[in-house]
Design a protein. Sequence first.
Length: 126
Amino acid sequence: MKNQAFNFLVLACLMATPFLTSCNDQDAAFTVRREIIDVGQANVGDSVKAQFTFRNNRKEQLALTFLPECDCTTINTDIMRLKPRECGKLEVKVAVESPGDFVKYVYVQASGQEDFMAVAVKGRTK
């Protein structure tokens, strides 16, 4: 009986997940494929790179503005203009300055919105 109830619960969760997550994405002006990219291990003094893919969910052009957290984080563009349903890539380069785990953020704001979201590059030094 317990096994049957557990299987039913797992099945219900699997069926509900796509529905629940797609509702949130439809209302957002844009989506990002992955909000956190783990680059793994690096040496102090090295630079690591990550690439984030953004998608315009609107029916009109959208501008995304990017702001790195600190000077050790550089990006390939400050503003990305996306046509309706178009995707664009943001390249992020992080200078690894000290030993241990690191997380560096780039803040993202869509045109016409007050709120920011963040994408992150994380890793650790050897």
